[in-house]
Structures are given as C-alpha cells and as structure tokens.
Design a protein around this ligand. Structure first.
Ligand code: IVH
Length: 655
C-alpha cells in the first residue's frame, strides 16, 4: 500500500490518500521494522525519501545533500526542539531563529556560475535529482542571471516551486472546461507542471518560486546569519518569501506560528506549516544533522486539513426553502484542528458525481472555518455491499413529495410551512445574527418552540410571554425574562435586515439592501410587479419572480401583516437616498478590506445616499478595491472607471 501511495504521490503527482494517512502508515512500518529488524529490506519505503528519478530526465548529483525537515506537531514538540538546540549549543540564552512559511510545492536546486543560471534539479532522493534546467528556465520569477553584486562565483540556491492559488484555480477551471484532468491541489499542480519532459508545457503553467537557502558555495563568502543570507539572495535578484523574518527565541517562533495560522487563508499561496531555522550559520554547522534532517531546523506543521474516515450513514437535511442537502454522518475524525462527525455533500448532483455510499472510506476536508466536506471516496476500500444512495421521493421530515425543477441543483420538499424542518429553518434564519439578531435564541431553542407548536412562523415569536418561556427545559425565570427582552429588542431593526430576515429565496443581504434602497419602504415593495422589481440594480428575472411570488402568497402576506402589527419597525430610508454626498452615485466593492467589513462599507455608502452594486459596468462611478482585488478591478481599469484603494475610500468617508 505504501509503495503504491508513494508512487502515486512522487512519480505521478496524483496522491490517493491525504498526507496524514501516508505519514501514519509510514510510522507504523517504521515501528514494525524497529521491533522486528529481520523484516527490514533494502527497498522498504522507509529507506528512501522520495521516488527514484524518472529515466528520461538526466541525473544531477547534489554536491551538498538536499536534506528534509523533521516535523513538529504542537507546541510541546517545538519546545523540545529548542531545548535540544540549546543543550547542544551549551547555552541557556535564547536562540535567534529565521521563521519562514513552509511552502507546499516542490523543492528545487538552482546553480549559478559567474552569476549565470546553468543547472536546475529536483531533490530526488536527496543525493541525486532530476535535471530540470530547461523547465526551471521557464519560471519568470527565477533570474537567469544574477543582478550585479558580489555573489560567490559558484552559488547553488535552494527553494520551492509552487503554483499560486489564483493560478491553480484558473488552470483547473480551464482544464475542466476542456474536459481535461484537474489537479487535486496546488502542490501536485506544481510538481506535475515542473516534471514535464516538454518545457513548453511547463512554460504555460503559472509557476512561481521562493528561494529559502543555499547549497554548494565556492569563490565568495556569504553572511554569517541565515536571515542576512536571504537578504543577500534578494539583493542578487532571487525571490525570497516576503513573510520570512528573524525572531528572537522560541516564544517568537510560536508567535510567528499563530500569526501565519491566522493569515494562512488570505495568503496567495498554499502553506502547510512554518519552518524555524537556527539563524547563526556557525551554530548550524556545529549542530549538524541526523540521517536526513538537520538538527538546526524544524517544520512546525498546521493541523492536517484532510483526513480519512468512514461513512456511517447518509441523511438528507431539509433547509429553509425546502432544499434537500445530503449530509454524511461520519466515524468521528480529527481534522483541521477539530473533531468532525458530519460533512456536507452539497446537493444530489454532487453526491452522484462523487458516488459516496454508506460504509465508504472517504477523504474529509476542513480548511479554516469552512464547513467540512467529503472530497472523494477511496474506491479500492469499498465493500461489495455498498449501494448507491438515491434521492428520496418524499420529504424525510414531513412526507410531502420531493420535486426537482429543471436545471436546478436542489431537490426540494414541497411542504412549505407544513414541514416542521422548513418552519424551524425559517425561524432560525429570521432570528440569526445578520437578520433580526435575536440574542440568545439558538437553534436548540427554536427547535423546542416549533416542536411544542408554540411558534409556527416568525411572527409567533413576538406573541411569546416570559412566564411561558420559563417553563421550557433548562430555562429559569431570569433567562426567560432575558430572552423575552431580546425578542422585544429585535423589533427595532432596519429595512434591509427585515427583508433579509424574511428568507425569500435567493434574497441575500446584498439583494435585500438593494431592494430596500430602491423601494424605500415595505409597502411599495409588496405592491411591485416582477417587472418593477427587476429595475433594482443586480436583480434579475428569477429573483424578481421569487420576491413577487413571496409577497403575493396569502400566508406570507398575513405573516408580514402580523409582524408589522407587532411593532417591528425601522428608521425611514427615503431621506437618506434623496440627498447625501453620494446621491446618484453607484459604487462597487471588491477585494478584502482590512479596517472595516464589507457590510460596514456598504452601510457607509448607503447612509450617504449612494448605491452599491455587485458588478462593474459603464454606470459604475467608483470601484473600491481592497487587497487581492481581481476581475472587477481589471474591468474598472479597462472601462476607465475611478478606482479607490482602502485608504482613499476612508479619506472620502471622512470628508
Ligand atoms: S529548508 C535543510 N525552508 O519542506 C533544510 N524547506 O519537509 C531543508 N519547504 O524539502 C529545507 N518551505 O521542499 C525549507 N522555508 C522552507 C521551506 C521548505 C517548504 C519544503 C522543502 C523541503 C521540505 C521538507
């Protein structure tokens, strides 16, 4: 199994299992071989670092071995590493480290002679790699000639070739459109692109490189500290990761780890941890290395984002608009730093495409705070008894027929408010933070209220009395009073929040704000025809139809009447749009803003009488471009529309 996974990973760049599973099997084999040395063979997977070079590439012998790194998972292991360093250095003083992101790509070596790039190689087994000179030449970020300066006559640098996330996504979507194979992750995309026999293919791939160290050096001196060496390399035109920095002591390392962990999702490239290297090169030399890893460096890994587990069951959850979402119930597994026992399968098409079955072994992914999902099945671990899942013909909660409209991804329960699941979800949404924000009304409470039939629609919430609430499970007089006050406080809201809270199909926060802004009040919106609603910026025929259908439904109309009668109110919106310094101006927000949220920026524009649109057109007056702005910014530039960066926008607001 290991040999096969090894081949898929290293030779084909198409791994079958998550890295953590590979590591686990490797540890198990190592333990076995230690216990029973007679079982150890020369070709055991434990006896080499990567796969042998593919025959067609020339071989390059590394004059200085290309080492690997030991991994540390968790603070304790990192502190152990630092303690060992100080023990060997015979010092109690804090050690200075170079802290760097651990880039998830492919290690390479690039040799410069008299400042000219003459040879490039992969790591291979650490001693001998593949000659990929022609392929490395195609990477724009790798200089073919070093910039003037006193670089050593022979300078071999080492670094990581990777595919930036934006390029990876673009490449995969183009490949998918052509019906070609897509890469599972940026690491494999980088490796697959670099190990092409035809360098023209490599040239067409969006590859990038960061240099993080040196190998063989002759005819010149380098600084005595790693951080300074990186600065020299940068000076000579080599690309250094901008997030690398020198830190004082192990505490500095741990702080760096937390910072990078928080930044990780916003970085334009993929990392799987950080690396700490003793900064003092002389101390590095004293420390030396054991087998294949230096004693002076360690990789502090982030918790794995992918893991293997088995599917116990597949259930269908009914959402607010009746949509059925298949959910996999899992054998609990630790992934992305938490224990996961449910993973979404999004919709029936996705379930069919991935062909997930009860009993299957699956790859689960949980990245950042994103909900866990099933990535794929391991077909070689499927048992014969596993049968494909079929879409139920009736709702699992209320028994109403399930329908699937043409060209819709979702299958829906047709029960509407007669379905307890839909009632619960409608109320949860109504009370949620971005809607009416009823503090303390959590999901469990809503479920109890609906199960008791005290609440059938959001309007019923306002009829609840404190003494009645006090009779609920785990609810005292005090908390009942508090909840009652929270419900009361939620009555004072804003029109955009109210419209969003109604949970009209396809009406998210942005559409709710646009509707509120255009109509100014609820009465005009309730009377509007689909054609009139379509005049709202960014509202298309389908959404207009949903909005009009919502208000013309007698049950909905009665509920909205009751909500208004229970004194749900909001400040009038009309005067704001009539005047204000942004009156008649349409803004588009794109990219990520640092000092305020998207919603706050939007509210600031609306409050000044401006409009906010989701797409750039000739009618746009100004585009506010935050960090990592992409296609909208480009379009604005093409159309010659004014663009403001975040500081510029803040200044405009201050005026
Ligand atoms: S230093 C002796 N620095 O991680 C030093 N490696 O697990 C060996 N990697 O083969 C490498 N980012 O492909 C170093 N900032 C960084 C790195 C890094 C990613 C990779 C590299 C290496 C592997 C070891």
């Amino acid at each position: 199994m290991l040999e096969r996974y090894n081949y898929r990973y290293h030779a084909l760049d198409d791994p079958e299992v998550p890295d953590a599973e590979y590591d686990r099997l490797m540890l198990e084999l190592r333990a076995l071989e230690t216990q029973h040395p007679q079982l150890l063979t020369a070709d055991s997977p434990t006896q080499r670092v990567g796969a042998a070079p593919v025959a067609e590439f020339g071989e390059v012998r590394h004059r200085v071995a290309m080492l690997s790194l030991d991994n540390a998972f968790g603070e304790a292991e990192v502190r152990d590493f630092d303690r060992r360093v100080r023990e060997r250095a015979a010092t109690a003083a804090p050690i200075r480290y170079s802290a760097e992101p651990k880039l998830d790509g492919l290690a390479i070596s690039a040799l410069y002679e008299d400042g000219i790039f003459v040879r490039g190689a992969t790591r291979g087994d650490g001693e001998t790699g593949e000659d990929i000179t022609q392929n490395l030449r195609t990477i724009p970020a790798l200089p073919l000639r070093l910039r003037a300066g006193a670089a050593p006559q022979v300078l071999e640098v080492r670094g990581e070739v990777f595919m930036p996330l934006a390029g990876f996504e673009r490449f995969n979507s183009q490949a998918a459109a052509r019906g070609d194979k897509i890469f599972v992750n940026p690491r494999n995309a980088a490796a697959g692109s670099l190990r092409q026999l035809d360098p023209r293919i490599t040239a067409s791939r969006p590859l990038d490189i960061f240099i993080y160290g040196v190998g063989f050096v002759e005819g010149g001196d380098l600084p005595a500290h790693h951080g300074q060496i990186l600065q020299s390399l940068r000076h000579w035109g080599l690309k250094i990761c901008p997030q690398s920095r020198v830190v004082e002591s192990i505490e500095g390392c741990l702080e760096y780890y937390r910072e990078m962990g928080a930044m990780r999702a916003r970085l334009p490239y993929q990392i799987d941890g950080v690396v700490y290297k003793v900064d003092d090169v002389e101390l590095q030399r004293q420390l030396g290395f054991v087998s294949r890893a230096p004693r002076w460096a360690v990789a502090h890994k982030f918790p794995a984002e992918e893991a293997l587990t088995t599917v116990r069951d597949i259930e269908f959850q009914v959402g607010r608009t009746g949509a059925l979402t298949p959910v996999a119930r899992l054998e609990p597994v630790f992934v992305g730093g938490v224990t996961v026992s449910n993973a979404t399968l999004h919709n029936i098409d996705e379930l069919t495409r991935k062909d997930v079955r009860v009993g299957d072994t699956v790859v689960i992914r949980r990245a950042g705070d994103v909900i866990p999902e099933v990535v794929r099945v391991l077909p070689e671990r499927r048992t014969l008894s596993a049968l494909p899942v079929v879409l139920p013909s009736v709702c699992p909660v209320c028994g109403s027929p399930v329908v699937r409209e043409a060209d819709q991804a979702a299958a829906r329960c047709t029960g509407g408010r007669s379905c307890a699941a839909q009632r619960k979800e409608e109320i949860k949404h109504f009370a949620s933070r971005r809607a009416l924000d009823v503090q303390g009304l959590g999901d469990k409470l809503v479920e109890q209220l609906v199960d008791l039939d005290w609440v059938r629609t959001p309007a019923d919430l306002f009829g609840l009395k404190a003494p009645q609430l006090a009779t609920l499970e785990r609810m005292g007089d005090k908390s009942a009073q508090k909840l009652h006050s929270a419900i009361d406080a939620a009555k004072r809201t804003s029109l955009p929040r109210f419209l969003y809270a109604l949970g009209i199909r396809d009406v998210g926060e942005a559409t709710a704000a646009a509707l509120a802004q255009h109509f100014g009040g609820i009465a005009a919106l309730r009377r509007a025809t689909p054609e009139q609603i379509q005049r709202v910026p960014d509202v298309g025929p389908v959404v207009a139809e949903h909005v009009a259908a919502y208000f013309s439904d007698p049950d909905n109309a009665a509920m909205v009447d009751r909500l208004l009668a229970s004194a749900v109110t909001w400040p009038d919106m009309t005067p704001k749009t009539a005047g204000g310094e942004f009156a008649g101006k349409t803004f588009v927000l794109t990219g990520s803003l640092q000092s305020l949220t998207r919603e706050a920026a939007q509210e600031a524009i609306l409050a000044r009488g401006g409009k906010v649109s989701g797409s750039v057109s000739k009618k746009t007056h100004c585009v506010i471009a935050g960090a990592d702005a992409g296609s909208k910014l480009k379009k604005a530039q093409d159309l010659g529309i004014a663009v403001l960066d975040e500081p510029g926008f803040l200044k405009l607001l201050e005026k």
